[in-house]
Design a binder for this molecule. Structure first.
Ligand code: SAM
Length: 271
C-alpha cells in the first residue's frame, strides 16, 4: 500500500516548479464519508489549507511534518478575505509539491472552489478537483430523505439562501423557482428563511408543501424539523438555532424512510 501511495504521489507532482493544489471535498461532517482519493491525498500532502465545516478527524490523517493552515470562514465571521486565501495557496504551492485545499462537502458546490481553481490556474499553478459528498445530498439522506423520487421528485434544485448584504437586488429568483422544480435543497437558507418562504408562496408554491430543516447533519446532534411550508418559520423559530442547516422543500420530504438513519453516536461536529 505504501508503494502504491508513493507512486501516486510521484505521478501527482506536476512538471513545473510549482506543486499541484488539490481542491478536495471533505464531505458533510461524518468523516467516514471522505472519498478514498481524498484520504490518500491527505496522507501524502506536504501542506494542508482547510476551512470550517471540515471534520476534525481528517486533520489527524496528515503526516506530522505537514504544514497546516486554517482559513475558515463562518457566516458573519470571515476570518480571511478570499484574496488572501488565494495568495496563501499560490505561495504554498511554490514550496510544496502536493498541497491539499480541503473544503466542506464538495468544493464546487457553494464552496468558491471554482474561483480558487481559476486563480491558481491564472498563476500557473496546476490544480485538480477531488469532488466530495455534498451536504445537500448526504444530510437529507442521513435522515432518510431522498432528493429525487420517481413518484414525486423528478427534478431537484440546489440553491443558496445566502444573499450578500450589499447586493442591490436578490440573485435568486425564488418566485420563478416556485413552479420550476419538484424539489429544493437550500444551502445557507435559515437566516433568510422567512423571505424565501414568502417568495416561494408568492410565486405559486402550495403553502402546504412539505418542508424540512436538517441541522448539523451526519453528526451526533443532528436534528430534523418537519413542517408544511407555511409553518416552517414558526416551527424553527421556537427552537434554538443550530448551524449549519440544510432546508429541503417538496414532496420528496414525504418519501422519508426513517429507518435509513445511521447511528451517529461517535460522530462529532466538524470544526
Ligand atoms: C458555504 S456552504 C458549503 C457547502 C459545501 N461545499 C457542500 O457541498 O456541502 C455551507 C452550507 O452547507 C450546508 N451544510 C454543510 N454541512 C452541513 C451539515 N453537516 N448539516 C447541515 N447543513 C450543512 C449549510 O447550509 C451550510 O451553511
Amino acid at each position: 500500500l505504501d508503494l502504491l501511495c508513493c507512486s501516486y504521489a510521484i505521478s501527482a507532482v506536476n512538471e513545473s516548479q510549482n506543486g499541484t493544489v488539490y481542491l478536495v471535498g471533505a464531505g458533510p461532517g461524518d468523516p467516514n464519508l471522505l472519498t478514498v482519493k481524498a484520504d490518500r491525498l491527505l496522507r501524502q500532502c506536504g501542506a494542508l489549507v482547510y476551512d470550517s465545516l471540515v471534520p476534525k478527524e481528517l486533520l489527524d490523517l496528515v503526516v506530522d511534518s505537514c504544514e497546516c493552515h486554517f482559513v475558515g470562514k463562518r457566516r458573519g465571521h470571515h476570518s480571511l478575505p478570499q484574496q488572501k486565501i488565494n495568495s496563501i495557496l499560490v505561495e504554498i504551492a511554490s514550496r510544496h509539491s502536493c498541497v491539499v485545499r480541503l473544503k466542506g462537502g464538495d468544493p464546487f458546490l457553494f464552496g468558491r472552489g471554482a474561483e480558487e481553481a481559476a486563480y491558481l490556474d491564472s498563476h500557473g499553478i496546476s490544480v485538480e478537483i477531488v469532488p466530495g459528498i455534498t451536504s445537500g445530498i448526504a444530510v437529507p439522506a442521513y435522515v432518510g430523505i431522498p432528493v429525487t423520487h420517481r413518484l414525486g421528485g423528478s427534478s431537484i434544485t440546489f440553491v443558496t439562501g445566502h444573499e450578500e448584504k450589499d447586493k442591490k437586488r436578490p440573485i435568486v429568483n425564488w418566485r420563478g423557482l416556485a413552479n420550476a422544480t419538484d424539489g429544493l435543497v437550500i444551502y445557507m437558507g435559515v437566516h433568510n428563511l422567512e423571505y424565501i418562504v414568502d417568495e416561494l408562496i408568492a410565486g405559486g408554491l402550495n403553502p402546504f408543501t412539505s418542508a424540512a430543516i436538517i441541522q448539523q447533519g451526519t453528526v451526533v446532534g443532528q436534528r430534523l424539523i418537519k413542517a408544511p411550508l407555511n409553518q416552517l418559520v414558526k416551527e424553527v423559530g421556537t427552537l434554538e438555532f443550530i448551524s449549519p442547516s440544510i432546508v429541503v422543500i417538496g414532496q420528496i420530504v414525504d418519501f422519508q424512510i426513517e429507518a435509513c438513519s445511521p447511528d451517529l453516536a461517535n460522530v462529532t461536529m466538524p470544526i
